[in-house]
Design a protein around this ligand. Sequence first.
Ligand code: HEM
Length: 319
Amino acid sequence: MFLETAMGVNMSIGNVEKRVGEVLEKLNELSTERSLKLWNHIEVIWLLSGKKAQFNYYIKRLRSIVNEVIQKKMQDEDLKELRRDESVIANDGYDSKRRAFLDILLTQTDLNEKEIRDEVNTFLVAATRTTTNTLTAIFTVLGIYQDVQRKVYQEIVDVVGVEGEIRPEHLQRLEYTERVIKETLRVFPAVGMFSRYVAEDIDLGNNVKIEKGASAAVPVVYMHRCDKFWTDAMKFNPDRFLPGTSSRHPYTYLPFSQGPRNCIGGRYVTMLMKVVVALAIRPLKVFSEYKSIEEISLKLGILVRMTDGPKVWFQRRVS
Ligand code: HEM
């Protein structure tokens, strides 16, 4: 979905989505090893362990896939037409033709080829595993909490109908489904931690100081599951996101980070996940072997995953 909607690339080219998935999985594993295991910060250990070579190998593969995507786009006839059509480019940045993000990068910016590649890289890395991991978590919780699933199903049927197209105007009315997505991102935040360069000394009080030049990691997954910030933190309760029900500090919930480097895909991905959930839940019931979220052990890294997978299965609804 990301390749087609944001990049405007037809999925049928050379199995791109599968290859990207494999490469990103490896890069996530290796980056997590490098950043979380202190000895891997020592260059010579990283080199001798063979991991540096592996990392470079996967980076090269990612670059070659990205090049392929860009080349494919450059040959795209529609794009050539967009380039020729000066009036589209000259207006106030909003045109009637629907454009993918990559079309805009290629036709409306002064970025050079390397900069475009970097943008595409960032987007591919940031947009794909985060989304699939969150969708996996959503189906798992729907499988565990059948009452939540029933309410999601009812809302989808009420708003969209048992059949038919799902349209943008339907999406904002899927309020309960949105709360389920938010609550899932609380207990299973796809990005389990992110870090920042500390630009100046920070005094946190109680003799805790963070020195300028350090890296500070924000442990999102611990914050989201901390009883200090959340009542019954391990209870799955979408209604904690009902408007006006909470007085917690807004920065205790950071699935898309905050500040100038936060996720720019939050709104897009919430819509995308509502569409996927609606399309799946209308014809299918989902079940999980897990009985509660507490049972699910997590593999923590930069990305969060379920150690033993989602353990879900689907069954066609009988009408
Ligand atoms: C459920 C899915 C997603 C989650 C949980 C998520 C989460 C995050 C988080 C926590 C960050 C900030 C990392 C940091 O502060 O260092 C981030 C950055 C980013 N995300 Fe997402 N993201 C998701 C989907 C997407 C999608 C679909 C897109 C693209 C359409 C996207 C594009 C980006 C980009 C470009 C950045 C980097 C922003 C920057 O460095 O300025 N994300 N994401």
